[in-house]
Ligand binder design. Structure first.
Ligand code: SIN
Length: 187
């Protein structure tokens, strides 16, 4: 399912006249920084949880699953923040066009300081939103899906490896990764 959000994101002009702005990445933006940045720092955002509930890296017949953020009081989502210039928005809007919308958010760094920045989120209003499933079902779906951006399992394993390299835990991501490893060893 494809839902192009480029035009909507262009209307979100809140940071357009800033010299630089922090972008919080929690999915592929952690492990694939294909854009120029001034600085990057491990960071977190509060009251959001990372979930493989969004359709991408699959086909119409066999949708894949990638992460989005779901609001959850008291939750913390850890990832990587990048200091970018607004010139980078066009590239990011294109890259995240399958349903992700820019949202402004508070980003907290490891030293306890924080800054207002932005994050790309695919909400449940979006037609590419798949919603919950068990971690085993998600792993089964990921194991058999691939799309123009690549194999779905590569997205999962690269995200898990990037979180591990940052020393961060995410029971949802690592639980699905464990199921994927079991499924692959059963073959
Ligand atoms: C992100 O990484 O912050 C957004 C979701 C994705 O592109 O995987």
């Amino acid at each position: 399912m494809s839902v192009d959000t480029i035009a909507i994101n262009k209307l979100m002009d809140r940071f357009d006249d800033h010299q630089s702005v922090w972008l919080f990445g929690y999915g592929s933006l952690i492990f694939k920084a294909d854009f120029p940045f001034v600085d990057r720092r491990p960071a977190l955002i509060k009251n959001w949880t990372r979930r493989f509930w969004h359709d991408h890296r699959g086909t119409h017949e066999a949708p894949g699953r990638v992460v989005t953020l779901i609001p959850q009081a008291g939750a913390i989502c850890e990832g990587m923040a990048y200091l970018i210039t607004p010139q980078v928005f066009a590239h990011l809007d294109y890259r995240e066009k399958n349903g992700y919308l820019r949202l402004s958010t508070d980003i907290t760094f490891e030293d306890g300081t924080s800054a207002e920045g932005l994050v790309y989120i695919a909400t449940e209003e979006n037609a590419a939103f798949l919603g919950p499933a068990s971690e085993l079902e998600i792993a089964q779906q990921i194991a058999s899906s691939a799309g123009p951006s690549g194999h779905n399992k590569d997205y999962l394993t690269e995200l898990a490896a990037a979180l591990r390299a940052l020393g961060k835990d995410d029971p949802h991501v690592f639980g699905i990764e464990r199921h994927l490893i079991e499924l692959q060893s059963d073959r």
